[in-house]
Structure formats: C-alpha cells, structure tokens
Write a protein that binds this ligand. Sequence first.
Ligand SMILES: C[S@@+](CC[C@H](N)C(=O)[O-])C[C@H]1O[C@@H](n2cnc3c(N)ncnc32)[C@H](O)[C@@H]1O
Length: 259
Amino acid sequence: MSQNTAATQAALAQRLMQTIKPLVPVWLRTYYHVRREQQHDARYGTKPPGEVFSDVYHSSLWGEADEPGFFSGTGSHDPRIVEPYAEAVTALLRELPRKPDVVDLGCGDFHIGSRIRPACGRYVACDVVAPLIASNRARYAHLDVDFRCLDIAGDELPAGDVVFLRQVLQHLDNGRIARVLARLHRYQVLVLTEHLPLARDFPPNAKKRLGASTRLARMVPSGVVLTAPPFNLKPVHSRVLCEVREGAGVIQTVAYTLH
Ligand SMILES: C[S@@+](CC[C@H](N)C(=O)[O-])C[C@H]1O[C@@H](n2cnc3c(N)ncnc32)[C@H](O)[C@@H]1O
C-alpha cells in the first residue's frame, strides 16, 4: 500500500470515529477509556519504575513534543496550566526569608522546573529515567541545576528546604507513595500537585498499578490525597496555591508546611 493510500485510509477512519463518537453512550466510552489505560499499566507487571517510565516516554504515552525529545505531558507544557503554577509557586518561594534550596522529585522534562529555577537557591532535580536526566543535563546546562537519576521511593533523597512533587504520585501505586512520604520529613515545605476528579466527594487513594495512567481512569474516579487514609499526612499548615481545570479533572497544587 502506498503512503498516500495509508494516510487517506487513516484520515477516513478518524472521520468515521468522529461521526460515530456522539452516538456511543458516555458510559461505554468511559469503560473503553478506563480499560485501555489500565491495560497499559498492567503490561508492566512488576517491572521497576526506571523501566516503566522509560517505556512511557519511549511509547509517547503522555503525548509528543513538537521537537524530538522527552515530553512529560500537556500538564507540563500547556501555558494555561503552566503559567498559573509558575506564578503561584514563585510567589510562595518569594515569601520565604531567603531563596530556598529545593529538591524536585520526578522532575520530568524540566520545562516546569526551568520556570521556577530563578526563585530558588540550590536546585536538585531527580528522575528515575536515566536518558531523560542525561538529556536535561545537556539542555539545561545554563541553569545551574544538579540533575540526579534516582528512585524516589527507594533511594535516599537529597537535602533541601522545599520539595516539589508535581504530577508524580498520581502515577505510583499506594505502596510506593507511602515509601516516598516516609522520606519527606527532612523538608520544611512540600509543594504537591495532583490531578484530581472534579467532584470533591471522590473516594481518595484508590489502588492503582505503577504506570502512565492516573486514578482518574477508573469507573469511579479517584485521586491522591495525602491527608486521607492510608497515608494520613498531618501537616502543620496547608494552603491551596492554584487549581486549573483539565479534562475530566482539576490539577491542584497545595503547599504543606511539614514541621
Ligand atoms: C508526569 S511526569 C511529571 C514531570 C514533572 N514533575 C512535571 O510536572 O512536568 C512524572 C515523572 O515522574 C517520574 N517518576 C515516576 N516514578 C518515579 C520514581 N520512583 N522515582 C523518580 N522519578 C519518578 C517519571 O519518570 C516522570 O518523569
């Protein structure tokens, strides 16, 4: 088959899908979406996070950048989501008596981190995908960032005043979330970002496998709430910094004063 014929057939199939879509009941579309997302995660079995998230990037499960390279998802690039986050976090950091030393856990492609960098003292950015860290080192050499490849649920974490966890826990299983949480006591402030269901009365912290999907991809959507069981985080203080609606949910950022 020529490339032109294949492209025409793909375009026709896409048009057909668009025509059929409104005729398919919402519950059936949700069911297939949930099933597809969960099947992706299921294929990783008990593989370690380095392998899982290398494959997520390699298979472009979070989408693709305009230029070749790593892409951590629209949540990391859409200006509608990035700008309010960068503004709110920068304002929080500027309230502190001096530029804080920060640790960014699960830094991804560092598009977000690069926006926050000027408001920080020392910046350590960690991710479990080694080629991603190598790419960040080359791309952001001018920003004076200490990029490290480590597993935040297994390795010792770097020292700092403020820790960022942005759209990372939502991809982890509850066992790993608990292990990350147990390592956070060394920081004064946790800035946590999670993609949560729109309805505020959702069941928190539903079980999920490690992988690209989030707890939103369930018939009854869920999301990570560290202050709810089984994690029961007891911060001294908490403040919602920003919320942006995205798809069927809201991307919420909360600053927790840990001690
Ligand atoms: C959706 S991306 C978010 C990236 C970035 N925080 C942002 O908001 O743009 C999640 C990132 O967490 C990383 N990650 C997942 N599990 C990890 C682990 N156990 N240790 C370190 N990084 C991890 C993934 O490799 C991925 O780069």
